[in-house]
Design a protein around this ligand. Structure first.
Ligand SMILES: [Zn+2]
Length: 281
């Protein structure tokens, strides 16, 4: 087993991070440059911030769930009120690039992170403490870079059902991996586009939630975790959000610990006896 089993707070059976990636128009701009002139595809991206995020925030408030929104800083520049509303509701903003990019060059990536920090610092008075790589891109220098910047977690690896502690030069460092997987990514079920690269995946929200329920039931039995990868422009549509809300209620009844990525990471570090500060978000 990669990573150890944790005894979650208050006897909870499993840690669940109801995480979203607020990619908006960038999801389309990155897929195909043609989308710069494809106004309807861009408007599908805008559905994310204008329609879906407010609906998701209402649902999370009603269920008393706090979570992480991995948000490219460009989205914060375009929609400062929306991103402020996310943070004001007590949710965490995680790192997800500026325009959903990641560089394979250390100096360029440092400059990018500085730029992102400045944008969030100006808008929210705090900066991200964890990374989810845009398009899942992570390079060989990244773990060291995140450690240098005081990050406490990464949500990128796919090789475990539970958290594990990263190592550098053979030593554990205060950086927790909170793995994700495509199975938890709504674009694998619900991304429809006839624009290159064509993807025609159309599954109903109930079908998606059936898959996630089976994952949840098994992982809860094993005391592990789930870290979701949802995009508001897809999961925030009513036909998806309605069954998803029912699933969240079921998870709650079945002993889920709903927490932000940062909260889970700091809990794991404490359990490992690795010094860490209080939650920033
Ligand atoms: Zn993304």
């Amino acid at each position: 087993m990669n990573g150890r089993k944790y005894n979650w707070p208050d006897g909870k059976r499993i840690a669940v991070m109801v995480a979203f990636d607020v990619d908006g128009e960038l999801l389309w701009l990155q897929r195909n440059k043609e989308n710069e002139r494809h106004l309807t595809n861009l408007s599908r991206g805008r559905y994310s911030t204008l329609q879906a995020v407010p609906r998701i925030l209402r649902m999370l408030e009603e269920l008393d769930i706090k979570t992480t929104f991995f948000t490219p800083a460009w989205i914060a520049e375009q929609y400062p009120e929306v991103v402020k509303a996310i943070a004001d509701a007590g949710h965490e903003i995680g790192y997800h690039g500026w325009m959903h990019e990641a560089y394979d060059n250390y100096e360029k990536e440092v400059a990018l992170m500085d730029k992102v920090d400045k944008i969030f610092s100006n808008l929210l008075g705090k900066i991200p403490v964890g990374n989810r790589g845009p398009l899942g891109n992570v390079y060989d220098f990244d773990v060291r870079l995140w450690a240098e910047r005081g990050y406490v977690y990464s949500s990128n690896w796919r090789d475990s059902d539970g958290p594990f502690i990263h190592e550098l030069d053979g030593k554990k460092i205060p950086l927790v991996e909170l793995p994700k997987d495509s199975i938890f990514d709504d674009t694998c079920y619900d991304l429809y586009t006839e624009c290159e690269p064509v993807r025609i995946n159309l599954r109903g929200g109930r079908e998606i939630c059936e898959v996630w329920k089976d994952e949840f039931d098994s992982l809860a039995e094993q005391g592990r975790m789930m870290n979701l990868v949802m995009h508001p422009q897809f999961m925030g549509r009513p036909h998806n959000l309605r069954p998803f809300r029912e699933l969240l209620q079921y998870m709650k009844e079945q002993g889920a610990w709903f927490a932000t990525n940062e909260e889970v990471a700091r809990f794991c570090l404490k359990e490992e006896g690795i010094a860490t500060g209080p939650c920033v978000w």
